[in-house]
Design a protein around this ligand. Sequence first.
Ligand SMILES: Nc1ncnc2c1ncn2[C@@H]1O[C@H](COP(=O)(O)OP(=O)(O)OP(=O)(O)O)[C@@H](O)[C@H]1O
Ligand SMILES: [Mg+2]
Length: 404
Amino acid sequence: MKKRYVDPFSPDLPINDPDRFSGRYREVDSIVDSLYQLSNKNPVHTIITGDRGIGKSSLLIQVKNLAEGNGKLSNKLKINLGVESYDYICAWHDCASDQTPADLASGILSKLQNKFFTLWNKLNFELDIAGFLKIFQKENKSASATQIVELFCNELTKACKKAQEQGKTGVILFVDELDRVDPTSGIATFFKLSAERLSREGITNVAFFTAGITGAIQNLEQEHGSIYRTFKDVPLPKLEEAEVHEILVNGFNKAGFLYERTVIRSIFKISAGYPEPVHLLGSQLLKVSENTHLTDEDFNTAKRQVVESLRRNKLASMLKNAGSGKYQKILEAMAQHTTQNVPLSFISENIGYEQNQYSANMGRLVKRNIISQVDRGIYCFVDPLLKEYIARFGIIDVDEDETI
Ligand SMILES: Nc1ncnc2c1ncn2[C@@H]1O[C@H](COP(=O)(O)OP(=O)(O)OP(=O)(O)O)[C@@H](O)[C@H]1O
Ligand SMILES: [Mg+2]
């Protein structure tokens, strides 16, 4: 009888426990530096960027843990915090697609207010969140960016002063999923103006720590040209083999399974450095194995089940959203390449077009989050399992002429 185990993998959830967070030394070090700067009255607003599913939220959560005084990760990675530990007040806000700067501002402030309440419920400290509603009612139209920024910064200033009085290191506002916000909503301007105003007013114990998908953040940049001037960018690259190895070996050990080395190599190859498929395949591998020894055969069964049932609908709709005609041909060609990183010359050879005849399509596939640019002239699938899906089910049969 197979023994029961707790699944150590979490394909659908960001990593909270520092012990389960693998690799990322350079990026953690860079953000710890932002924490250190802020604790010395030099706020460095920071943005984590990267492909969908690369690990942005997980990293942001780890930074929040460090900022709140949990030093497990810095100990594990042997990163110098610069101080014994941090004691920031942290508020966390997830963006939604229909959010305007006013929604974002009031959302952040209400999270901050809640945090104050949980820390010191006797403090009787209140922020004017209703003020945002009032602006809109009075004007009966959308409030100007300056009005919102003014109200936001005034309230934030109160919170920062209170935090200082209470002996806290400062205030950090975490904003995840920034990519969801409509680039025309003025969100980039909101951050820029708020950062400038806080600095002008001498409020130096607060910073924004945000995260968003690279393509969408580039869209924000095109719209306003200020994101990369307001924020220090911490781009998250794909995982290296040692990092994938660490995720898998920790998981297998924790669940009490033995494994063939080739299994780890196969998962690294198929996942192309994206952590989500590593978790997905790891989890499925434990499920399909009939004993506590993971073999190449188990890997093949797990892979088949993931592509043919677990992720089938998601991959099918991703393929559909890629577009038809040339888009499908490009993806079909990419799926035929022996490795995950595909040079344009290989695609050209396969689809019979010169590179300039389909460069706009490549750009749109990147924007649609289907593929990602690895280097000049080299691309890969954002979800590496799409390659397996195409190999198994083929592309969508489409009208040749459609190119949008
Ligand atoms: N450093 C890490 N070590 C181990 N697992 C990780 C790490 N980073 C991310 N993961 C895993 O990868 C998956 C995706 O992580 P996460 O949700 O943080 O990515 P994301 O970039 O925020 O995704 P999205 O673009 O969908 O918001 C999750 O299953 C998470 O558990
Ligand atoms: Mg995320």
